[in-house]
Write a protein that binds this ligand. Sequence first.
Ligand code: ADP
Ligand code: MG
Length: 364
Amino acid sequence: MAKVTLKEIAHSYSGFSENPDDYALKKLDLTWRDGGAYALLGPSGCGKTTLLNIISGLLTPTKGQVLFNDQDVTRLPTEQRNIAQIFQFPVIYDTMTVFQNLAFPLKNRGRTKEEIEPRVIELAKMLGLEKDLYTKAQHLTADAKQKISLGRGLIRQSVNAILFDEPLTVIDPQLKWELRSQLKFLHKKFGFTMIYVTHDQTEALTFADEVIVMYEGEIVQVGTPEALFERPEHTFVGYFIGSPGMNIVPCRLQGHRATIDGHEIVLSQSYENIPVDARIEIGVRPEYLRLAPPNSEGEGLPVQIIKVDDIGRYKIVRVGLNERIFNVVMTELSGMTGDTARLLFDIDHTNIYVNAQLITGEKR
Ligand code: ADP
Ligand code: MG
C-alpha cells in the first residue's frame, strides 16, 4: 500500500493549452495517506474520473506529477502501478464462473491454488456470492456481476491503492447500503488505501474518514464529514452537502453587522477589510435557523411562510423575505399560526462568504 501524492496536477483533454477553460482538472495538490479511506465527491462532469484515471495511469496528466510513496510514477503504465480500479459498470469475464473471475487477478500473477482458493472463498462470502461460486457470470443479475467486479478489485492484498469509480450505480438501493458497509469493513480489516468516487453525499459521508469535494475541475474542500457540514469552505460545499443544503444569501456587511434587505443580523465575529466590489454572502444551514411567532418583538427577520413539508422526524419550512428564500429545519412549529414568522439565526453557526470562500473574522 502506498501514500499517493498529486503535485500540481492539471489535465486538458486537448493537450497543453494556455487557456484555463480547456482544463478538465485545474491545479490540484493533494496527498492521500497510506491506508486512508477517502471519498471523492462532486457533481457529474467535475473531473472525478479524470483524476482517478491519472492516479491509475490510464491517463497521463498534461501537467504535474503523481508520486507513490515519493516515487514518481507519472509516466509508469497502469500495469506497473499495482492499482486495483473498479468501474461504474461490471468488468468481468462472462464465460467464466464467479470463482474463476475472482481468482483471475491472482492466477495472472502466478499465485498457487493453495493461496488462491481460501482468499476467493473468503471474499465471496463477504460479498454474498458463495452460493454462485461455480455459476457462469453471464447467468447472474447486474447486481451480482458488479459484486464480482468489486471482488476482483479487492482480491489482491498487496495493491498500492484501490480506486472505486461510482461502483454502486447499478446496484439496487438496499444492497448499496450493505455493500458500502462491507467495503468499510474490508478497509478496516486490510488497511487498503481506498479512494471512492461518488456524486452521492450519503455514500461519501458514510464511507470515508475524509471527503474531497470537487467542483469544476478544482478541489474546493478536504475535510471530515463533520467539517463539511459545520464549516463549508466554499459556497458550493454548503449547497451540495446537506439536505436541503445551506442557505446562502447575499448580504451587506459592516464589522459584525450583516444586513439582508435592510434587516440586521448581529454576528458572533467581526469582519474587516472586505474588498468593496466583493460578492458577500451569509451562509447558514437550515438546522441552524429557527422560527418564532411574528409577535416576538424586534427579534429576527420578518418572513412569510411559503410552504411546510412534514417529513416525519422534522419539518422543512420554506420562508421568504421578499425574494430571499430560506429553508428552516424544525421539529416543532408550536405557537405558530398564520403565514408570517420571525426568522432567527444561530450566530455561532452562521458563516460569511466572500467571493464564494469562507472567511474568518475576529471574535467579538
Ligand atoms: P466526472 O467523472 O466527475 O463526471 P469526468 O472526469 O468524466 O467527470 O469529466 C470531466 C470533464 O472532462 C468533463 O467536462 C468531460 O466532458 C470532459 N471529458 C471527460 N473525458 C473526456 C475525453 N475522453 N475527451 C474529452 N473530454 C473529456
Ligand atoms: Mg465519472
